[in-house]
Design a protein around this ligand. Structure first.
Ligand code: UT7
Length: 330
């Protein structure tokens, strides 16, 4: 019999640093206030990895170890590890390489995937294809960013949004139709002007000038990105439902990228979902870029039921955006 393989999430791990940066802390650093941040973004505090010598791989490693423990496997059983991130430890080797070494995934290969806030969704779909090919049995997909490394804490329009964190999922073959059922992913490079990091790449290698001009930090035209994000995330989520003959009533949970509570609300409204079906933890972690969706799964894992239909949705720099349909497997 020819059984169709789907890729199912079989375990979740997560990690956020202990150190909290509250709205009250930010009031002392830039001209802002708690009320503005709460009402314009929904954020109350974020976690910041401020220990010297620690990088994105140090967010990933505990998340990966946690999922291995939960699933009862040794890291040496992992076949492939993908890290969605735009804050790699270094240009090369890849963060995935470093994470494999830190956790003891000695039989794995891996790579980083840069798709900004859609990094987890793009990495997930890539991992799904590896499982569906029948060639790999255990693929770990991590979404992780140490956004504090590229945030200018004198720029009030960006420093209030971002935080550090990582979430990880284990993908394994499923033969009963559970797992990741569909994805629609998109990119539009003409959107790069609105959200990017100006220097440090081959276009503008690091120099005294780029450092003096603060070009190694996030550059974001917030209002423009906001408009694209509201439309992009809502449209693609609605398109995914329609393509699969589903309506909001069929969906147990929307798992949205946590960039701004107002973008999340717009997406939920467009899908016809009541707010108790939407995972929101932006108030506690801020925008952890690739980390947001798996960190929601980590926080809500106990409430998920086998057979639940979930929609993951994201929009980010690039522009990149997408939505994924999941039938929860445990
Ligand atoms: O993660 C993936 C991609 N990123 C996003 O999806 C982020 C999308 N953008 C946003 O979430 C919002 O645009 C921001 C949260 C970044 C900014 O919110 P906004 O409502 O779009 O603010 P704005 O830029 O339109 O500014 C409104 C006002 C301005 O004052 P005036 O000109 O009206 O007097 C700003 O100077 O708010 C002012 N402002 C602030 N006030 C207090 C901007 N930042 C702050 C601040 N505190 N931190």
């Amino acid at each position: 019999m020819n059984q169709k393989i789907t890729a199912a999430i079989t375990a979740i791990g997560g990690y956020v640093p202990e150190n909290r940066l509250t709205n009250a802390d930010l009031e002392k650093m830039v001209d802002t206030n708690d009320e503005w941040i709460r009402t314009r973004t929904g954020i109350v505090e974020r976690r910041i990895l401020n220990e010297p010598g620690k990088a994105t791989s140090d967010l990933c490693a505990p998340a990966v170890l946690e999922l291995c423990k939960k699933r009862g496997i040794h890291p040496s059983e992992i076949d492939c590890l993908i890290v969605g991130t735009v804050t790699q430890d270094m240009f090369f080797p890849s963060t995935a390489n470093i994470v494999c070494d830190k956790v003891g995934a000695v039989n794995a290969w891996g790579f980083d995937l840069a798709a900004a806030c859609s990094g987890f969704l793009f990495s997930l779909t890539t991992g799904v294809c590896l499982i569906e090919s029948g060639r790999y049995k255990k693929v770990v997909v991590v979404g992780a960013d140490k956004m504090s490394a590229i945030t200018d804490y004198s720029d009030r329009t960006t420093c209030i949004i971002f935080g550090d964190g990582a979430g990880a999922v284990l993908l394994e073959p499923n033969f009963e139709g559970y797992g990741i059922l569909d994805s629609i992913l998109r990119t539009d490079g003409s959107g790069k002007h609105y959200l990017h990091m100006k220097a440090g790449g081959s276009l503008r290698p690091a120099s005294y000038e780029t450092v003096a001009n603060k070009e190694h930090f996030i550059y974001q035209e917030g209002q423009a990105v906001f408009k694209f994000a509201v439309k992009g995330m809502a449209d693609i989520s609605a398109e995914l439902l329609e393509k699969n003959n589903l309506t909001g009533k069929d969906i147990a949970w929307l798992v949205p990228h946590q960039a701004n509570k107002r973008i999340i609300d717009a997406t939920a409204n467009r899908m016809g979902l009541s707010h108790d079906k939407v995972m929101v933890n932006i108030q506690r972690y801020g925008n952890t870029t690739s980390g947001t969706i798996p960190l929601c799964l980590w926080d809500w894992e106990n409430q998920l039921k086998k057979g639940d239909n979930l929609v993951f949705a994201a929009f980010g720099g690039g522009f990149t955006w997408g939505a994924t349909l999941v039938k929860w497997a445990y």
